[in-house]
Design a protein around this ligand. Structure first.
Ligand SMILES: N[C@@H](CCC(=O)N[C@@H](CS)C(=O)NCC(=O)O)C(=O)O
Length: 86
């Protein structure tokens, strides 16, 4: 089965984003990082889809998940089915 596409909307100085990114790096997962302040298209897409500008927001095959603790738990629990960084 195809592994899900993971996209993390974030910005660097956000501590909630940083703790999610620490888990992503620890698990060596392949995730596309989308900085919402480096590229305002990312912010606009986040707001258009979720109605909020809160980060972190992990899109799993296009479905948004908020809340850093929930995201970290989901990554840990599903790591065996996720694509790893090369
Ligand atoms: N409870 C949330 C807190 C996330 C949060 O407060 N993020 C801040 C940035 S550090 C934010 O996006 N604030 C702007 C907003 O919510 O509109 C989590 O753990 O993910």
């Amino acid at each position: 089965m195809q592994k899900p596409l993971l996209e993390l909307y974030y910005f660097d100085s956000c501590p909630y984003c940083q703790r999610v990114m620490t888990v992503i790096e620890k698990l060596k997962l392949k995730v596309n990082y989308l900085d919402i302040y480096e590229n305002t298209n990312h912010l606009q897409k986040l707001m258009y889809i979720t109605g909020r500008k809160t980060v972190p927001c992990l899109f799993i095959d296009g479905d948004p998940m908020h809340e850093s603790l929930e995201i970290m738990k989901w990554l840990e629990e599903n790591q065996s089915q996720l694509e790893k960084k090369e």
